[in-house]
Unconditional design. Structure first.
Length: 288
């Protein structure tokens, strides 16, 4: 590569425009030169050359010598690069201070509900983004109709090697090749007041977390948080539900016999006077 071309390229990487770099290199090591002469040497269009020289003056890269006609002289290369280096270091230091202040402010208010995620379309788009960014492992809990729009992203993520653990309320519309899907069946056939509610919980790689809830099945509120504590809570919720539903799938008859339809007796024990649940011993006071 020609030395002049290389020097121009390197100056553009330091923030100079193409014309600025060509003008400075054209002046470097030369006698003071008019804009007209510089245009002829560098090929910069004459209408642009004086505008370019003014910008180089503002950057302290050239100095004006005389006025009739005005001539221009490039400052030494070492001086220019020292100025560029000092300016860069100052901007980095200022950015470091600004980002540290911003990080501290956000750290004090990590968890917050985002009012903008009040529509299902926004919730679904956010969940898709989390899945697309996932690199290792995703935990997901949702009703089947909330899983459907995420199907393509889930398949693509599996092609990247991402594992999925999915708890599906209703038959899952998503195929999981890398991981598992467990259907929430323990309360099927039993009507609870909260069954009209819908939710979507996503945890990706132990940091990106979405919790979205529509108590009436339509009006959504969502929290999107990158916070270790909140992530641990949501991940623990999904894993616990997965474990319970897997146990129920393995022992459905025994658990229905012991805890009633829909495992209702886990929430509301039998009334006094009713026979104790099979397999459960009564608690008796310990004698000395």
């Amino acid at each position: 590569m020609d030395a002049t071309v290389k020097a121009v390229e390197q100056l553009t990487e330091l923030g100079f425009s193409q014309y600025e770099a060509r003008a400075y290199v054209g002046l470097l090591g030369s006698e003071p030169m008019t804009g007209y002469a510089l245009a002829g040497r560098t090929g910069i269009p004459q209408p642009k050359v004086y505008e370019t020289l003014r910008r180089l003056e503002d950057k302290d890269a050239v100095v004006r010598v005389g006025d009739n006609p005005a001539r221009f002289l490039a400052v030494p290369a070492d001086q220019l690069l020292a100025q560029v280096d000092a300016g860069f270091r100052a901007r980095v230091a200022e950015s470091r201070r600004s980002l540290a202040e911003l990080s501290q402010e956000q750290g004090n208010q990590r968890a917050h509900v985002l009012p903008s995620l009040s529509e299902w379309e926004s919730v679904a788009a956010t969940a898709s983004g989390i899945i697309r960014r996932a690199a290792q492992h995703v935990y997901l809990s949702a009703h089947a109709d909330q899983l459907t729009p995420l199907g393509a992203d889930i398949l693509d993520a599996q092609d990247r090697g991402v594992r999925f653990d999915i708890l599906s309320f209703g038959p899952s519309p998503v195929t999981v090749r890398n991981g598992r899907t467990v259907q929430h069946t323990s309360t099927e056939g039993v009507l609870y007041r909260h069954h009209q509610a819908r939710h979507l919980a996503v945890v990706a790689d132990n940091h990106d977390t979405l919790w979205a809830l529509a108590p009436d099945g339509h009006d959504w509120n969502a929290a999107v948080i990158n916070d270790p504590l909140f992530t641990a809570v949501v991940k623990g919720y999904i894993r616990h539900d997965l474990y319970v539903q897997q146990i129920y799938a393995d022992f459905p008859d025994e658990l229905r016999t012991r805890y009633g339809p829909g495992l209702q007796h886990l929430v509301q024990p039998p009334n006094a006077g009713e026979a104790p649940l099979p397999g459960r011993s009564e608690t008796r006071p310990r004698t000395a």
